[in-house]
Design a protein around this ligand. Structure first.
Ligand code: M6R
Length: 607
């Protein structure tokens, strides 16, 4: 969380810093700030709240300078105000930081005792003062940073500039991501390649523990142990078009509408349509030897794991354990020797998921991952990675990343089933055919957008909303509730439809919309009975089913959406789309900030 950028440029850098921060605002928007050097002296502009406030501050008081750093904040230590906004600075050093310095209290006490005066409540200020203290002792900027890095506990990505040094910027990372951009006579640092997409497409990803000394002509990279090291330069494929809204009112809506395309792109990476088989990338171990699988993720990616558990248990007949990363990491779960763990993450940088991955690795598990960002830390630290081809997802509410994760996990479940000898070629071919149909059916689902928009008016009036589903559509119920909560701030819960009668049914009255997700699968009749129980108690049901399901029961519900009928195997991929649209339109009616909902950030790089 928090986005950072740094530029050593040929001319004034402030406008480029602000452009980069616009691309990073999805990482946090509690405050924003920039610092540059003007005639060798550090100058800052900072503002509480969104980037537009910083832009106004810069219009009122412009900032020149050919070297500078910028930050967009997701608050951890210290409330979101101007004093806590980055960059933090002394007369000698200015720093932007993403992460948490866990031992900042001890460092602050030590530095305060030496006479340093802190001006904020942040952990980051300890970084600035420690580097300054080493420079006060006579160390060069580079040596002062090297000495300071050894003293920090916790996670950080840092960009640092120094008064009097127009041709120097230092970056460092541990835990949080950081990329170096290579220009022509100018150099850049950024939290990700998206931040740098207008400046350069030549990007070097720092490894964990690396730190980098940049000047206008190049970069020297050092490992945590201080050894000089070469890191590969890659060509980033983020274009401006891919990170723009493309004429849609919000990124979220654009990303919902991209789903038929990106689901197709993702399938292409795994399916052989002629043979009707699944092909996985090469694995460093034999899938047929896996006897138990652990699936770990956070948030929406965790719901993708929940769907995958049903698929894998059914098709591969092996037990699957799932957990949210923040719990798995600390519950000391026993892990079988030679077992496999699969981590799912859009960003590939989520701190909880990464910590869980490292924990599983330390316990001898084979590490697999499903990520959307090929160069992310989770991808790099996995034994094998299955990529989703969703393209950059900017809206904080995950949409196309979720459905493409489901596609990859469906392919993985089929491949595992085949490797375990639990399904034959004929079954594999049927499942592949069902998957191949998904992009076209997803386009048909989008045709219901207008009706979902009408229904959103009813949802927008509610204080609580319930979502019900069974089997693979139970996680879709929870995902629908999460989408609604995070962008509309309406309380919502997703339940296994059969669980209603064990408590939540007490909530039902005419003011609580109940979204029932029930394609005609083997559980349809059971879910239908639960829907009747809700209706009998005065509940107003919005019924999401398929054409036969709607024909059978649509007259009972207050409103019905009849989606195309598909193989039940792929239904959860399609039923994710109407719950996304319902949440989206409800948020628009309520006037909330759809792409940047309060208190959230897209990439959660703190534990
Ligand atoms: O990048 P990741 O997939 O690891 O992110 C995990 C969650 O933070 C993320 O899915 C979050 O729950 C979304 N805001 C949900 O829309």
């Amino acid at each position: 969380m928090c986005g950072i950028i740094g530029i050593i440029g040929k001319q004034d850098v402030t406008q480029h810093l602000v452009d980069g921060l616009k691309r990073l605002e999805y990482r946090g928007y509690d405050s924003a700030g920039v610092a540059t050097l003007i005639n060798g002296a550090i100058e800052r502009r900072r503002a509480e709240g969104k980037l537009e406030n910083l832009v106004r501050a810069l219009e009122a008081k412009p900032l020149a300078g050919d070297v500078g750093i910028g930050h967009t904040r997701w608050a951890t230590h210290g409330i979101p105000n101007e004093a806590n906004a980055h960059p933090h600075a002394t007369a000698k050093v200015a720093v932007v930081h993403n992460g948490i310095i866990e031992n900042f209290q001890e460092l602050k006490a030590e530095l305060t005792a030496k006479g340093h005066v802190f001006a904020s409540d942040t952990d980051t200020e300890a970084v600035v003062h420690l580097i300054t203290a080493y420079m006060d002792e006579g160390l060069s900027p580079k040596d002062a940073v090297a000495a300071s890095l050894k003293r920090f506990d916790g996670a950080f990505a840092l960009a640092i500039i120094f008064a009097g040094h127009h041709d120097l910027m230092i970056g460092a990372r541990r835990g949080s991501p950081l990329a170096v951009g290579l220009g022509d006579g100018e150099m850049f640092l950024g939290s990700d390649a998206i931040a740098l997409s207008r400046l350069t497409n030549r990007v070097m990803y720092l490894e964990d523990g690396d730190w980098a000394v940049l000047d206008k002509s190049g970069v020297e990279v050092f490992t945590e142990a201080g050894e000089a090291v070469e890191r590969p330069v890659r060509i980033s494929d983020f274009s401006d078009a891919a990170v723009g809204k493309g004429g849609y009112a919000h990124f979220m809506l654009k990303e919902i509408y991209e789903q038929p395309q990106v689901i197709g792109d993702t399938l292409t990476g795994f399916i052989n349509p002629a043979l009707r088989t699944i092909t996985l990338p090469d694995l460093p171990f034999d899938l047929s030897t896996v006897t138990r699988l652990t699936l770990i993720a956070c948030g929406t990616s965790f719901y993708a794991c929940q769907v995958a558990r049903y698929w894998i248990e059914k098709l591969a007949r092996i037990p699957v354990e799932i957990d949210v990363a923040s719990e798995f990491r600390y519950r000391d779960a026993p892990m079988v020797a030679g077992g496999a763990a699969l981590f799912v993450s859009q960003s590939g940088e989520t701190a909880d998921t990464l910590a869980a991955l490292r924990h599983a690795k330390a316990h001898g598990q084979h590490i697999l991952s499903v990520v959307n960002v090929a160069q992310s830390t989770i991808a790099r630290e996995s034994d094998a990675t299955f990529l989703t081809y969703a393209g950059p997802e900017v809206g904080v509410a995950s949409t196309k990343a979720f459905t493409t994760q489901l596609v990859v996990l469906a392919c993985f479940a089929i491949a595992l089933g085949r490797a375990k000898g639990a399904i034959d070629h004929e079954r594999e071919a049927q499942l592949v055919e069902a998957l191949v149909e998904v992009p076209a059916r997803a386009s048909e689902v989008l045709n219901h957008d207008g009706r979902l928009k009408e229904l959103a008016h009813e949802v927008a009036k509610a204080r609580d909303v319930l979502y019900l589903g069974r089997g693979t559509n139970y996680p879709i119920a929870m995902e629908g509730a999460l989408k609604l909560k995070e962008i509309t701030y309406i309380h919502a819960e997703g339940y296994a439809a059969g669980e209603m009668k064990h408590g939540p049914i007490a909530l039902i009255d005419k003011n609580v919309p109940v979204i029932v997700i029930a394609p005609t699968d083997e559980l349809f009749e059971k879910t239908a009975s639960n829907m009747q129980e809700v209706i009998a108690r005065g509940g107003r049901v919005i019924f999401l089913s398929d054409v036969p399901g709607a024909a059978k029961l649509g007259n009972l519900a207050a409103a019905t959406i009849a989606l195309p009928q598909v193989d039940p195997f792929v239904a959860p991929i399609l039923y994710a789309i109407p719950v996304q649209l319902l949440a989206y339109h409800t948020a628009c009616i309520k006037g909330t900030d759809v792409d940047q909902p309060r208190n959230l950030a897209k990439s959660v790089t703190v534990e």
